[in-house]
Design a protein around this ligand. Structure first.
Ligand code: PLP
Length: 375
C-alpha cells in the first residue's frame, strides 16, 4: 500500500525523491500499549520534531488521546505546539534559561527545576504575574545531566516551602541505562523511591515520573504514576523481546530513478570500494545522506526492500543517491518504490549497521524528506 501524497501542483508527474509515510493509527496503538504498560498516565515525548515524525502533526493527532503532558526539549518546541492550536499541558524536559522563564510563567508551561536559585527566580516571576505556577523537581539519580543531587535532598522541601508562588506538583528523574544495565536501573528505581519518601511521601506530589520507554517496558513502575515514553511510541522497542508488541509508524521511502546493467569489474560509488564481480543489474535510488539516510552504513551490507524482497546497497551512500543490486529482484522498473526503513527494514537494523541508535536515525531525517500522514 502506498500513501504517496507529494504530487507537486504545477508538474504532477514529478513526485518527491524521498518521503516518509507516517501511520497515525499505529502511533495511537503504541500509545495505548504504553498506557497499558505504565498502569498510570502518560507524558508523550515529542522533542526533536516528534523524533523526526513531525512535531505539529503528531501533537495535533495525539492531543485528543487523554494524555497528561507533551514533553519537549525547549521553549521553541513548546511554542510550535501552541501555534498548532494544541492546548495539552507542556512539560519542558531540560533546563530553562533565565530569559525564557517569563514566557514559561505567562503561558503555564511546566518547568523542572535543578536548583533553588531557579526556583526563586520562577517564584519572583510568578509573583510579578500575580499567579501561582506548577513546577516539578528534577532529581539526579544517575543520569548526570540535570536535577538536584541526592545529597541536596535533605531539607530541600523546607527551603522551597517559603516560595509561595510555586506549587511543586511533581518529581521527576531519568534512567541512563534502562536498556543496558538492569542492576543499576533497579537500584536507581529504589533510590528514586527513597527520595520521594524523603521529600514527604508520594501523596505529596501529583506526578511522580522516572520511566522512559525502556523503563516502562522492562521494569516495575513502583511509586511512579506518570511515564515518559518516546521511542516506543514511534514503534521501536529499546529492549529486545518487546518489538512485536509495537506497530511500525514510519516508512522511509524512495524510488528507483535509473536502472542499468553494469559489466563485471565496474566500480560503484565514491572510492570505488565496491567493484562488480559479474554483470550486475544496478538500480540508482533517489535518497542519500542529504535526506538523513546514514552514510555510515556504506560497506556494512545494508539492505533496502524492493518489490517484496531485500536488495543490498552497493558501495557508499552518496548525498542524494544510492545504488542497489537488483539482479535477483525480478521485474523492477524505474519509478518503483523502495523501502529504506520500515516494517521490512527495521530502523534498529540500519542504526546498528551505521554504528548508532534508532533515536539518531529518526531525528536525523532531514526537512527535504516529505512527511505524509495517514490513519
Ligand atoms: C527523551 C527523554 C525521554 C524519552 O526517552 P525514550 O527512550 O525515547 O523513551 C524520557 N525522559 C526524558 C527526560 C527524556 O529526555
Amino acid at each position: 500500500m502506498s500513501h504517496f501524497c507529494g504530487v507537486n501542483d504545477s508538474y504532477p508527474v514529478s513526485p518527491p525523491r524521498a518521503w516518509a509515510e507516517i501511520d497515525l493509527a499505529a502511533l495511537r496503538k503504541n500509545l495505548e500499549h504504553a498506557r497499558h504498560a505504565s498502569g498510570g498516565e502518560l507524558m508523550l515525548v515529542v522533542k526533536a520534531g516528534a523524533y523526526g515524525h513531525g512535531l505539529e502533526e503528531v501533537a495535533k493527532a495525539m492531543a485528543s488521546q487523554q494524555i497528561a503532558f507533551f514533553g519537549v526539549a525547549n521553549v521553541g518546541e513548546a511554542r510550535r505546539i501552541r501555534s498548532a492550536g494544541v492546548e495539552t499541558p507542556i512539560y519542558l524536559l531540560g533546563p530553562t534559561w533565565a530569559g525564557e522563564r517569563e514566557e514559561i510563567v505567562a503561558r503555564d508551561w511546566t518547568a523542572c527545576l535543578s536548583s533553588v536559585e531557579e526556583a526563586e527566580h520562577f517564584d519572583r516571576l510568578a509573583a510579578a504575574a500575580g499567579k501561582r505556577i506548577k513546577v516539578h523537581l528534577a532529581v539526579d539519580t544517575g543520569m548526570g545531566r540535570g536535577g538536584f543531587l541526592v545529597g541536596q535532598i535533605p531539607g530541600l522541601m523546607g527551603s522551597l516551602e517559603r516560595l509561595e508562588h510555586l506549587e511543586i506538583e511533581g518529581v521527576g528523574s531519568h534512567l541512563p541505562s534502562a536498556d543496558e544495565d538492569p542492576d543499576f536501573t533497579r537500584t536507581q528505581i529504589e533510590t528514586y523511591h527513597g527520595i520521594i519518601v524523603e521529600l514527604g511521601g508520594a501523596e505529596r506530589f501529583k506526578w511522580r515520573h522516572l520511566l522512559n520507554s525502556a523503563g516502562l517496558l522492562g521494569y516495575e513502575r513502583g511509586v511512579c504514576n506518570l511515564a515518559r515514553p518516546g521511542l516506543m511510541l514511534y514503534g521501536v522497542s529499546p529492549l529486545p523481546g518487546y518489538q512485536q508488541q509495537l506497530a511500525n509508524v514510519m516508512t522511509l521511502k524512495s524510488r528507483i530513478t535509473l536502472l542499468r546493467t553494469l559489466p563485471a569489474g565496474h566500480g560503484v560509488s565514491y572510492g570505488r570500494q565496491f567493484v562488480t564481480t559479474r554483470p550486475t543489474r544496478v538500480a540508482t535510488v533517489g535518497i542519500g545522506y542529504g535526506d538523513g539516510y546514514p552514510r555510515h552504513v556504506s560497506g556494512q551490507a545494508a539492505d533496502v526492500w524492493i518489490a517484496g524482497r531485500r536488495c543490498p546497497i552497493l558501495g557508499r551512500v552518496t548525498m542524494d543517491q544510492i545504488m542497489v543490486d537488483v539482479t535477483a529482484a525480478g521485474d523492477v522498473a524505474e519509478g518503483d518504490e523502495v523501502e529504506m526503513i520500515g516494517a521490512n527494514i527495521p530502523v534498529a537494523e540500519i542504526a546498528e549497521k551505521a554504528g548508532t541508535i534508532p533515536w539518531e536515525i529518526f531525528t536525523g531525517i532531514t526537512p527535504r524528506v516529505l512527511r505524509c500522514y495517514f490513519g
